[in-house]
Design a protein around this ligand. Structure first.
Ligand SMILES: *Cc1c(COP(=O)(O)O)cnc(C)c1O
Length: 379
């Protein structure tokens, strides 16, 4: 089955009891047992729930994975992956990693004795130099947020496996419609399904997919043991969103490309970061490992922070808000909003300058989006 077909049918056969075409919301915490110790496939919803099962089967199928586990948020997914490790273990992570990921690594899991080194994972030598005897995993986000730095997943998988390490990829920005890290050699794929997979800014969720049976068993155990599971209604909303993932990503990609090219030509814009542009340093790798560059575009305005803030406040269709990946276009100022927790010096060193703006390009009509950006940039 092709991707778009799997999105609509994988795990979503008509309900056996009633014939319901859409997977029902099994809003129940527990299940009747015909006799003690014998259940009909489910015993308690933290452990399993039919609506969540359908979501797990569907998203795993989209990532080309044999196994998938759903979580209450992207951070719950990331945190549960960390329970696979022990005090003293070392993990190498992308430096430009999602803010919440860097926070949970640096505070919560550091407190449990896990060690992290943040490096530019687009630089393979830097990654190799960071490997220690205690290293267990390389954690990669590509493209990164908000600078859209691209890391080569095939080369990172080779490097990881040559040293007996796992490669985990946070694939939130691409979604399986554009990039499937397991096919490129990764061991684990992690998602905030809050973004493109859910796609409608109406539900928070997370996901981990793998083809490794042992990792899958340990993750399923941890999902139940730790208990950071999504409820049946959230699972259902995510499943409803994912049906249109293929068609939405094509629309995001098309609009983002037009927005990026429009910004490149605009007199009020200094530079544009989007891997789909031929001049982007990660363009060739992006083309090799993904079928698109996604809907997030960052750019620097000519001028200072005040100018950037004015642009963010003047758009009418692009809503000034954090998050990304929904059908509606969003705009934000990373230095003040999503990346405020990164120390100013580090922000500047990385290139998260005060004139940087990030947009999540939605699937509205492109003419309206370009007109909105134009009036805000000239205002
Ligand atoms: C949003 C996001 C997360 C965290 O997901 P939540 O669902 O907000 O917990 C992790 N990684 C990336 C790349 C994200 O954009």
């Amino acid at each position: 089955m092709k991707f778009e077909t799997r999105a609509i049918h994988a795990g979503q056969e008509p309900d056996k009891l009633t014939g319901a075409v859409v997977v029902p919301i099994y809003q129940t915490s527990t299940y009747a047992q015909p006799e003690p110790g014998r259940d009909l496939g489910h015993e308690y919803t933290r452990t399993s729930n039919p609506t969540r099962d359908a979501l797990q089967t569907c998203v795993a199928a989209l990532e080309g994975a044999g196994h998938g586990v759903a979580f209450a948020s992207g951070m719950a997914a990331t945190s549960t992956v960390m329970t696979l490790f022990e005090s003293g273990d070392h993990i190498i992570s992308t430096d430009d990693v999602y803010g919440g990921t860097s926070r949970v690594f640096g505070t919560v899991f550091r407190g449990f004795g896990l060690h992290y080194t943040h490096v530019d994972t687009s630089d393979l030598e830097a990654v190799e130099a960071a490997i220690r005897p205690a290293t267990k995993m390389i954690w990669v986000e590509t493209p990164t947020n908000p600078l859209l730095v691209v890391s080569d997943l095939v080369k990172l998988a080779e490097l990881a496996h040559a040293h007996g390490l796992l490669l985990a990829v946070d694939n939130t920005f691409m979604s399986p419609a554009l990039q499937r890290p397991l096919e490129l050699g990764a061991d684990l794929v992690v998602h905030s399904t809050t973004k493109y997979i859910g796609g409608h800014s109406d539900v928070v969720g997370g996901f981990v997919a793998t083809n490794d049976d042992d990792l899958a068993d340990r993750l399923a155990f941890a999902q139940n043991a730790v208990g950071a599971v999504p409820g049946p209604f959230d699972s259902w909303l995510t499943l409803r969103g994912v049906k249109t993932l293929g068609i939405r990503m094509r629309a995001h990609e098309e609009n983002a490309g037009q927005v990026a090219r429009f910004l490149v030509e605009h007199s009020a814009v200094e530079d544009v970061l989007w891997p789909g542009l031929p001049e982007h340093p990660g363009h060739a790798v992006q083309q090799r490992q993904a079928t698109g560059s996604g809907g997030v575009v960052s750019f620097r305005v000519r001028g200072n922070q005040e100018k950037a803030c004015r642009v963010c406040s003047k758009t009418k269709l692009f809503v000034l808000a954090e998050s990304l990946g929904g059908v509606e276009s969003l705009i934000e100022h990373p230095a003040i909003m999503t990346h405020a927790s990164v120390p100013a010096e580090q922000r500047r060193a990385r290139g998260i300058t005060d004139n940087l703006i990030r947009v999540s390009v939605g699937i509205e009509h492109i003419d309206d989006l370009l007109a909105d950006l134009d009036q805000a940039l000239l205002g």
